[in-house]
Write a protein that binds this ligand. Structure first.
Ligand code: ADP
Ligand code: MG
Length: 500
């Protein structure tokens, strides 16, 4: 068939019209943010500002959650910089180690969670400044009177090293529950703060470990006071005690143009209930590539960027990739900084990467699968145990469940309970009712000043469970069991007496 070559007309141009952005565009910002990812973005800003301490404060008034503060002791903002800062997409000159990037973080993080954003700050030798933006206020900011800014900056923040330089305040927080039911609010706070601490602990684990930043959370009840702060602890996704395969971790390297790209390949020894292994999604899906930029974690696994497919057998494999400036063009980061997209040449690089001793990515994946098989076998070979029941917290029970296979699921569980004894014996095994009774007269001493509850003294109960579990199995007590019980009773009773 004969082809006709047709002209394709370019679009002609007439006069111009101005199309200023509709302020409602702001409402679409940061839609993928969750409270904890939004807060991570504000912590990024504090770190860029050179802060050593960050405080995140929930504010409650009359039972209702009213607002949130993020306060830092960084360099603060001058009257000139605060207006750029409050401009959507307002970019500044970025330094080599900065975490900021798009000039969008502050607004998208804030407006994904709240309707009103107020920023109050004071830079060295400058006047205190404050600006307030409303989500429905268009591209206009209100100037906050400096008297109020001063008052806010001078509040009793729990910043250990120095006073507050920048205070970011959210009002009308849409992600807070609308209820003032104290129990539900309390539950929300506990739950949310735990999520925030987990996420920030993970994202900033390197900076936290290096003591370059500390982050704390607290709750203020207006007119009543502030509860003691809780620190964010580092959650290191590579925090296993011993490697799952000898010779690992291994550093593989490939060269892109003149840029070396390194893959630090780790193998966990087995599934674990530790926070470091579980992270946010339960661990199994946390295999894959861990991208860091300037020591901030951008993506916590979940993907192999085309080098492998996420699978059960690879769940012990985690790889560190530090993105430096030379490598940056190969990556795209989503604005929420929670995901990294790689260019196709990156996959090819990973496939070509080798270690000094010749180890390839494929070798590594194979070693990780083998380690998983070994750990699985180890777990399968373990003796079945009667599951723990009342007296153990749900978390503790699931930690035990993930390590040991249980006898039949319908089996009566082993309870550990306190009771008044006639004698001074420390414990008593009630095989028929599957209860391990503990002598209440030692309880106070063992609690060491803490309050008792159904699930108290977890270490003691777990040790006793591990020690005596076998005694609860079988038709009858054998002579060996009887002798063991006598032995434990004598020794533990003596130990318990010296606790008093
Ligand atoms: N906590 C802070 N301390 C000092 N300056 C800040 C702080 N938060 C934001 N800024 C200023 O606001 C600007 C805009 O922040 P943001 O919208 O997050 O964009 P980006 O971080 O990508 O630059 C920052 O570049 C910085 O100049
Ligand atoms: Mg930012």
């Amino acid at each position: 068939m004969k082809r006709m070559v047709q002209a394709w007309d370019a679009v002609p141009r007439g006069e111009r019209v101005e199309l200023p952005p509709d302020p409602r565009a702001l409402q679409g910002l940061g839609r993928n943010h969750l409270l904890h990812t939004a807060l991570a973005d504000l912590v990024d800003n504090a770190i860029d500002a050179g802060a050593t301490d960050v405080l995140i404060r929930f504010v409650r008034q009359g039972g209702l959650l009213r607002g949130l503060y993020v306060v830092d002791n960084g360099c603060g903002m001058s009257p000139a910089t605060i207006d750029t800062a409050m401009t959507v997409g307002g970019r500044r000159e970025y330094g080599a180690t900065d975490l900021g990037h798009f000039g969008l973080g502050l607004q998208s993080a804030s407006f994904s969670q709240a309707r009103v954003l107020t920023v109050m700050s004071r830079a060295d030798g400058e006047a205190a400044v404050g600006r307030r933006l409303r989500l429905d206020g268009g591209f206009h900011a209100d100037v906050v009177p400096s008297l109020f800014v001063d008052k806010e900056l001078r509040r009793a923040w729990n910043l250990p090293t120095s006073g507050a330089r920048t205070v970011v305040r959210w009002d009308e927080v849409t992600r807070f529950p609308a209820t003032d039911d104290p129990e539900r609010v309390e539950e929300f706070i506990t739950d949310t703060q735990q999520k925030i601490r987990n996420h920030l602990g993970l994202v900033f684990h390197r900076l936290l470990t290096a003591h370059r930043i500390s982050i704390a959370l607290d709750v203020e009840d207006v007119g009543i006071g502030v509860a003691p702060p809780m620190d964010v602890h580092p959650v290191n996704p590579f925090g296993y005690r011993s490697t799952g395969a000898s010779g690992y971790p291994v550093g593989l390297e490939a060269v892109h143009g003149s840029t070396p790209v390194r893959f630090h390949c780790h193998i966990w020894p087995g599934r674990s209930t530790s926070e470091s292994f579980r992270l946010t999604h339960g661990g199994e899906r946390q295999q894959g590539l861990y991208f860091y930029r300037h020591d901030r974690l951008l993506q916590a696994g979940g993907d192999w960027a085309g080098v492998a497919t996420v699978s059960r057998r690879l769940q012990l494999a985690r790889v560190v990739v530090d993105i430096d400036d030379a490598m940056a063009p190969m990556f795209l980061m989503n604005p929420e900084k929670s995901m990294v997209t790689v260019s196709p040449e990156f996959t090819a690089l990973a496939e070509a990467a080798v270690a000094g001793d010749g180890t390839t990515f494929e070798d590594y994946l194979k070693a990780a699968e083998d380690a998983f098989h070994r750990s699985n076998k180890r777990e399968r070979k373990r003796r079945k145990m009667v599951p723990p029941g009342r007296g153990f917290s749900p978390e503790l029970r699931s930690a035990i469940a993930s390590e040991v296979p249980f006898t039949h699921p319908n089996d009566q569980k082993i309870e550990v309970r306190w009771a008044r004894f006639e004698s001074d014996a420390f414990f008593e095994v009630d095989r028929d009712r599957r209860v391990l009774w503990l002598n209440k007269s030692y309880r106070k001493a063992l609690l060491g000043g803490r309050r008792g509850s159904v699930n108290d003294t977890p270490v003691l109960k777990t040790l006793l469970y591990l020690l005596t579990e076998e005694v609860f199995q079988g038709e009858r007590l054998g002579p060996k069991d009887k002798d063991n019980l006598e032995l434990w009773q004598e020794i533990l009773t003596a130990a318990a007496r010296s606790e008093r």
